[in-house]
Design a protein around this ligand. Structure first.
Ligand code: IMP
Ligand code: MG
Length: 177
């Protein structure tokens, strides 16, 4: 049985979007250093590719969070599984996400990191689901706005699988193995 539905975003489209985002970020932070904060696990691929499209000096750090809930729906209750290794006071922070759905995860992360007094903090997300953000959050750098379907690939998983697909595809939930 084929669990994968229609390809939503091709490898080439992802590549173009990453390059565009990288150029925007490089222009906005010209003359500054950035700390990229990748949100594990989903953002590892966006982080790796976006970092290579950014021309200002960057350091890397990662956080791992888990949101309680079932496999395809977010509850907004977030638990930190791995915190940053570094202090962020006075530094320019760019949170890198694979997808913003309800926005509750990034809202929590923003509140959590603001307390540590960074010089600035912004969000880059490859995907933003349309119409689902429960609280208005500025996603300054975004690759694509997508319909509210559950998608996998390019870092995004369904119960741990499909992160390695080089494209983003809609998961056909009625046709899983
Ligand atoms: P939010 O808190 O609702 O914005 O959800 C954010 C997190 O839920 C993301 O970082 C993903 O890990 C996960 N998520 C949301 N939508 C999808 C999807 O369509 N496919 C895979 N993971 C998703
Ligand atoms: Mg996930």
């Amino acid at each position: 049985m084929e669990p994968i539905g229609n390809v939503l975003i091709t490898e080439e489209q992802i590549n173009d979007a990453i390059n565009r985002m990288g150029a925007e970020i490089s222009a906005d932070y010209a003359g500054n250093e950035l700390l990229l904060v990748g949100i594990l696990k989903g953002a590892f691929m966006t982080m790796a590719d976006l970092a290579r499209a950014i021309s200002v000096p960057v350091e890397f750090d990662f956080m791992a969070v888990s949101s309680y809930g079932d496999a395809t729906k977010s509850t907004g209750v977030v638990r930190i599984l791995k915190d940053l290794d570094q202090e962020i006071a006075g530094r320019h922070i760019l949170i890198i996400e694979d997808i913003v759905d309800t926005g509750l995860t990034v809202k929590y992360l923003l509140e959590n990191l603001q307390v540590r007094k960074p010089a600035s903090i912004a969000i880059a997300s490859l995907l933003v689901k349309e119409g689902l953000q429960e609280t208005p959050i500025e996603i300054k750098y975004r690759g694509f706005s997508i319909p509210p379907d559950f998608v996998v690939g390019y870092g995004l998983d369904y119960i741990g699988l499909y992160r390695n697909l080089p494209y983003v595809t809609v998961l056909d939930e009625d046709n899983l193995p």
